[in-house]
Design a protein around this ligand. Structure first.
Ligand SMILES: O=C(O)CCC(=O)C(=O)O
Length: 283
């Protein structure tokens, strides 16, 4: 168990159930924040201290437009500092408790770097993209490495939208002309008002959100960086679905089995006390 182990209060649990997200302050200590920020520039230059290239590396220095939000998925496989954050037991425990799962395992992480002037990310529900797993649900811990301001392209949540049905995947995640297009359609279908809360928080703050909560982020029109580490969890009992193959993560499916291998989808926490042993042995 880590010394900085976090647990939710009753009040935080009920705010998650009401709004579809809950803010948890001081998830990261100042030293870890500094170390993680340093890793961001190395990662996007292709310097991976664990030797592996991440599963998705969507922005490369010198190749991609400077006004795009930079994104890497599964940096935990490539970088030791990111791994020490993403594979924390308390993140799994909170996600499992909020979702009523027997435990939680990593589905994937997201490294998001939105420098000054970088464009928006379309509003979406994470569960829209989960038809490749069974049960098809995620619960996420989003952690900011910078103090955020509303005009700085911080993450924004639509309050109560976790109670809406799952919509199809959005057409464009990176830099859509209008980041709210599909959100407006979804709200109209359920005749709901769109009540958006931008997360204004200090570096190291986490937000846990439900897989159906609509969220996205606007362009960074502020004067500072906006970096976050996002830990997307799924149930520890999740398996590959027979219905859909994920073009990237389907690579980790073994022929003739729907079981998810703990080398690629480690179990962070289980209510019966289990946690993938390799995580702490590796550390
Ligand atoms: O940090 C952001 O702006 C959004 C991250 C996000 O939507 C995600 O990782 O699913």
């Amino acid at each position: 168990m880590m010394s900085d182990y976090r647990e939710l209060t009753e009040l935080q649990r009920s705010s998650f159930n009401r709004d579809g997200f809950v803010i948890v302050e001081n998830m990261l200590d100042p030293e870890t924040i500094i170390k993680a920020r340093e890793r961001f520039s190395l990662l996007f230059k292709g310097q991976f201290d664990l030797g592996l290239v991440p599963d998705e590396w969507n922005w490369r220095e010198g190749r991609d437009a400077p006004d795009l939000t930079r994104q890497i998925c599964n940096a935990w496989k490539s970088d030791s500092v990111i791994r020490s954050i993403v594979l924390r037991e308390d993140i799994g425990r909170i996600c499992a408790e909020l979702s009523d799962w027997p435990g939680a395992r990593i589905n994937q992480d997201n490294i998001i770097w939105k420098p000054q002037g970088a464009r928006s990310l379309g509003f979406h529900q994470d569960d829209s993209f989960q038809a490749w797993i069974n049960p098809p649900n995620m619960t996420t811990c989003w952690i900011t490495l910078d103090d955020t301001l509303a005009e700085q392209g911080t993450i924004e949540y639509v309050k109560g939208s976790h109670l809406w049905p799952v919509a199809p995947p959005i057409a464009q995640f990176h830099a859509p002309d209008d980041p709210l297009t599909e959100l407006r359609e979804a709200a109209k279908k359920v005749n709901a008002e769109i009540d958006i809360q931008p997360i204004v928080a200090t570096a190291g703050t986490a937000v846990f959100h439900h897989g159906r909560t609509w969220h996205g982020s606007n362009a960074n029109n502020g004067s500072g960086e906006r970096r976050s580490v996002v830990c997307h969890c799924m149930s520890s009992a999740a398996m590959f679905s027979e219905q859909q193959i994920n073009p990237i993560y389907g690579r980790y499916k073994q022929v003739g089995s729907n079981l998810m291998d703990e080398s690629f989808f480690p179990i962070l926490f289980q209510k019966d006390g289990y946690r993938s042993p390799w995580i702490d042995n590796f550390a």
